[in-house]
Design a binder for this molecule. Structure first.
Ligand SMILES: Cc1cc2nc3c(=O)[nH]c(=O)nc-3n(C[C@H](O)[C@H](O)[C@H](O)COP(=O)(O)OP(=O)(O)OC[C@H]3O[C@@H](n4cnc5c(N)ncnc54)[C@H](O)[C@@H]3O)c2cc1C
Length: 488
């Protein structure tokens, strides 16, 4: 029986951030993720380390200021996985946003960022904007605002946080589920826990003091299951999430170097073109889902693909002839709001149910703030003193260099980065999924290097490759169906 202070459910950035901070402060931690690390929203974000310019319009000044502080801290922690990017906000005839308001918003954004780590905002005339990004539609272009934000490799940054947690003693278990938890009769105040590994069905028995539910869009369901186990007979908790799906299309680079912040013509929503790893991420959509989302609600629809393709082609006409390479889809764990997903706050909340703390809401960028709040709620329950919480913005473990070959990447991913399946490596430990062939030509070498380390049989190795091939074909078929019929 392994004794642990905390069992954290969920290996997205929220759970990993908590595991990192708790283990750095000497707590014993076991993190349980039912799939791969960052396989939920944490690898499907817009890849922005940002305060969120658009939240200024909603008056969320504190959220924006805190997130801008985190933008700077995370950039210092992971320079190899973050890049400063200049974003252009085109001003067009008849646009919702007048120039004065944009200028004021950008000035406030700079002010809230405080110490200048990134270049401050500026305004450009139409000709200057077009010279910076010749692909921009000229029709009705009046000028542009320019500001700076950070772009990150979300999945690999999450893995770096996991490595930091493990380096400080956290036990990170992926492809594992918690199958039972009940008050311990042997040691009052603790709980007997059984975990089961998905593939081997091997069980781990733990004695845990406290549970943290960091399961993102699935946290209402996890809270219900956990409380039924921990407090049998008590009434069920009310759901607190109003999740929403967000989709991005991955295009070949559509701009020279800038990101774009655009207002969609069809519905007035803000969306981005984000330069990332030589590609352009175009998104996102916002479609409400159930809590928890049904599996079919986690994938992109034809309508979302068409919406993004249409809107981006309006601003960057060249995009109409470019075919997206890939589709990303993730579900935001938003706290429920009255006005629909677009109005939902990006704030987070820690809910205390005695032996279970649930953390819901928030943003990728604010993961360290969320971790601190969870530790503050957990400390008295564990008899810990948190007056000297150690949370330095020290460098995270460094990833392999981008030029490493597929075999080296696989070895490193299995040995250092908790990779267990082929798509863990292709999609979340490397940029191979962004290659023109979506990593298909690298897949056999990656699979065979993984097979050697993980002891796969030839049949398992074939199944892993077939699963990736299926995923790539499915995405290609969706793009074909969505774009051919409308002639995009
Ligand atoms: C389209 C989109 C764009 C976004 N863009 C940005 C952005 O640019 N910048 C930004 O700061 N934020 C952004 N966000 C928000 C950010 O991505 C999320 O807030 C963040 O990733 C949530 O992390 P999480 O760990 O809470 O959830 P997730 O990453 O979803 O992780 C939850 C994990 O829990 C696991 N799980 C579920 N049930 C169980 C269980 N019973 N047991 C064990 N494990 C379980 C899941 O497999 C999953 O891995 C975006 C989100 C979306 C969807």
């Amino acid at each position: 029986m392994i004794a642990t202070d905390l069992v954290i459910l969920g290996g997205g950035i929220t759970g990993l951030g908590i595991a990192r901070l708790a283990s750095r402060n000497g707590w014993s931690v076991t993190l349980v993720e039912r799939g791969d690390l960052a396989s939920g929203a944490s690898s499907a974000s817009s890849h922005m380390l940002h305060g969120g310019l658009r939240y200024l319009e909603h008056g969320h000044l504190r959220l924006v200021r805190e997130a801008l502080g985190e933008r700077a801290a995370i950039a210092r922690m992971a320079p190899a996985l973050t890049t400063p990017v200049r974003f252009l906000v085109p001003l067009t005839r008849g646009s919702r946003l007048p120039a004065w308001k944009l200028r004021a918003g950008l000035a406030l954004y700079d002010l809230l960022a405080g110490k200048r780590e990134l270049a401050p905002h500026s305004m450009a005339r139409a000709a200057e904007a077009a010279a910076m990004e010749p692909a921009l539609a000229r029709d009705g272009l009046l000028g542009a605002g320019l500001y700076s934000d950070g772009v990150m490799d979300d999945a690999r940054l999450a893995v770096a946080v996991a490595r930091d947690a493990a380096a400080h003693g956290a036990r990170i278990l992926t492809y594992t589920r918690l199958v039972s938890a009940k008050p311990s009769s042997a040691e009052p105040g603790t709980h007997d826990v059984v975990l089961r590994e998905n593939d081997t069905r091997a069980e781990t028995h733990l004695r845990a003091k406290l549970f943290v539910n960091a399961t993102g869009a699935w946290s209402d369901a996890t809270r219900l299951d956990m409380l039924r186990m921990l407090r049998p007979g008590a009434s069920d908790p009310k759901p607190q999430l109003g999740p929403s799906r967000g989709v991005h299309l991955v295009y070949p680079a559509l701009t020279r170097s800038h990101g774009l912040l655009i207002t969609a013509a069809s519905d007035g929503r803000v969306f981005f073109v984000v330069p990332f790893a030589g590609r352009s991420l175009v998104g996102t959509t916002e479609v409400e889902t159930l809590s928890p989302p049904e599996p079919a609600q986690c994938v992109a629809t034809i309508e979302e693909v068409r919406y993004l393709a249409r809107e981006v082609a309006r601003v960057l006409p060249g995009a109409a002839a470019a075919r997206p390479l890939a589709v990303m889809s993730g579900v935001r764990p938003l706290l429920r709001a009255d006005g629909g997903a677009g109005d939902a706050s990006r704030e987070h909340r820690v809910t205390d149910d005695g032996p279970l703390l649930t953390i819901a809401g928030g943003k990728w960028t604010t993961f360290r703030i969320m971790a601190r709040e969870v530790l503050h709620a957990a400390a008295p329950k564990l008899g810990r003193d948190l007056r000297a919480l150690d949370d330095p913005a020290l460098p995270l473990p460094v990833p392999l260099h981008a030029s490493a070959d597929a075999v080296a990447v696989s070895a490193h991913a299995v040995e250092q980065e908790f990779a267990r399946h082929l798509d863990d490596v292709l999609r979340r430990r490397s940029s191979l999924w962004l290659a023109d062939d979506r990593g298909m030509s690298a897949a056999p070498a990656v699979a065979s290097a993984m097979a050697r380390r993980l002891g796969w049989t030839p049949a398992q190795e074939r199944d892993e490759s077939a699963a990736w091939e299926h995923h790539v074909h499915e995405q290609a078929a969706l793009l074909d169906r969505a774009l051919e019929r409308q002639g995009a």
